[in-house]
Design a protein around this ligand. Structure first.
Ligand SMILES: C[S@@+](CC[C@H](N)C(=O)[O-])C[C@H]1O[C@@H](n2cnc3c(N)ncnc32)[C@H](O)[C@@H]1O
Length: 392
């Protein structure tokens, strides 16, 4: 029996294998020790444990304070502080009128942002762009994500109510109107505009990872299902100039894609199909289908429906490529399991899945030869591919 199955089963001490019982006993002993104020005081003073003890206390404090840190970043983004500091280091006196804040509030914000490496103190009482602020400035997708977090914070004000399903109309479900919509085709172009713009702003970081991980050049025609406003296909177009490109998305989204392809001079190369992937057949004939940040938006039943539709659209030997942040990603567990777990809960549908779970669902939909293609930043996205078996 695996540990996971054991956790879901009725607790039974006799049923647990000896190794699991030893692990439980060790964890009980360790936790009793860590919870003891006397041990904490001793560990914080003893030279061999001091560093670990301090690191752990600091990590725990960061966990308690994370929401405040995120709101400091939110304030910087909303006030465009990084753009202003990018012009050059400035004193609080110079910054206060530009931020429309009192001198005292400016000083408070700058000190908080400096403590978080977003800005940095420079000579002469000035403040300049800090290392984290520079990264945010260089990746507009991060600022766009931070800016729309006001909705997530509102939805998470009572996380227990959210977990109990007591919050029906969340701010995020209104932001992502297709999630849980009875008729996703009724989502208007206006309603689709904010989320399509957000996806487009964060897409370059994702596309760079996916294109480095998977060789699209070996294919002839790519269908991007749920392709949004076409930002991913625009990146593919550059890296695989001979590939025919197709995009499929809701009727409310395709006008945004048309605009992007026209302005990128790609309108002759890309075919756009509009429809509901749960109700309408996908176009047939592409030898590779991409699902970029699609599956985690849906529950298992809908994911299986999407994968079966993709399977039906592919020829024998065709490939499906799945790219999204996934659960159980080493050193990035909080991104998949905590951030996306609760984000998607607030959105009203979907869950982050581990590569193993995605592989199971791909298998159930009829795919085989499931493979993972390592990315440089697995917390941003992981990439998996699978094949529709050739019928001999
Ligand atoms: C999270 S966004 C990802 C967009 C894009 N693939 C990206 O990574 O930037 C999900 C996309 O799936 C599309 N979508 C959602 N439900 C759909 C449906 N039933 N049929 C077709 N597309 C759908 C949305 O309109 C949206 O563009």
């Amino acid at each position: 029996m695996t540990e996971r199955a054991e956790a879901g089963a009725t607790p039974s001490k006799t049923a647990a294998p000896a190794a699991a019982r030893w692990r439980d006993a060790w964890a009980r002993w360790r936790n009793r020790l860590l919870a003891s104020p006397r041990f904490q005081r001793w560990a914080a003073g003893f030279p061999l444990t001091r560093r670990v003890a301090r690191r752990r206390s600091r990590a725990l404090f960061d966990l308690c304070a994370g929401f405040v840190y995120a709101q400091v970043l939110f304030a910087c983004v909303r006030l465009q502080l990084f753009q202003i500091l990018n012009e050059g280091a400035q004193t609080p006196d110079e910054l206060a009128p530009r931020l429309s804040l009192s001198l005292d509030a400016t000083d408070r914000l700058l000190r908080a942002a400096a403590a978080l490496d977003l800005v940095e103190a420079r000579a002469g009482g000035r403040y300049g762009l800090g290392p984290m602020g520079a990264v945010v400035l260089g990746n507009p997708g991060i600022a766009a994500m931070v800016a729309h977090h006001d909705r997530l914070y509102a939805d998470l004000a009572d996380p227990v109510a959210l977990l109990r399903g007591e919050r029906a109309d969340t701010a995020l479900s209104a932001y992502w109107p297709y999630a849980g919509a009875a008729d996703p085709k009724a989502v208007t172009a206006d309603a689709a505009a904010p989320y399509s713009a957000l996806m487009a702003q964060s897409q370059p970081m994702i596309a760079a990872e996916v294109l480095d991980a998977y060789p699209f050049r070996k294919h002839t025609c790519l269908l991007d299902v749920g392709g949004g406003d076409g930002r991913f296909l625009t990146a593919v177009a550059e890296s695989a100039p001979n590939l025919t490109l197709w995009l499929f998305d809701l009727p409310g989204v395709v006008p945004h894609a048309r605009t992007r392809f026209e302005s990128a001079g790609l309108d002759a190369r890309v075919s756009i199909f509009s429809g509901d992937m749960f109700a309408d057949p996908l176009p047939q004939g592409a030898d590779v289908v991409t699902l970029v940040r699609i599956l985690h938006d849906h529950d298992d039943t809908h994911v299986l429906a999407i994968l079966k539709a993709v399977h039906a659209a592919l020829p024998d030997g065709g490939t499906v490529v799945v790219a999204e942040p996934m659960a159980e990603t080493r050193d990035a567990e909080p991104v998949g399991d905590a951030y996306f777990g609760f984000y998607l809960l607030a959105m009203g549908r979907g869950r982050p899945r581990s590569p193993a779970r995605n592989a199971e669902l791909l298998g159930q939909a009829g795919f085989s030869a499931v493979q993972e293609h390592p990315t440089r930043q697995p917390f941003l996205t992981r990439v998996m591919s699978a094949k529709r078996e050739s019928v001999i």
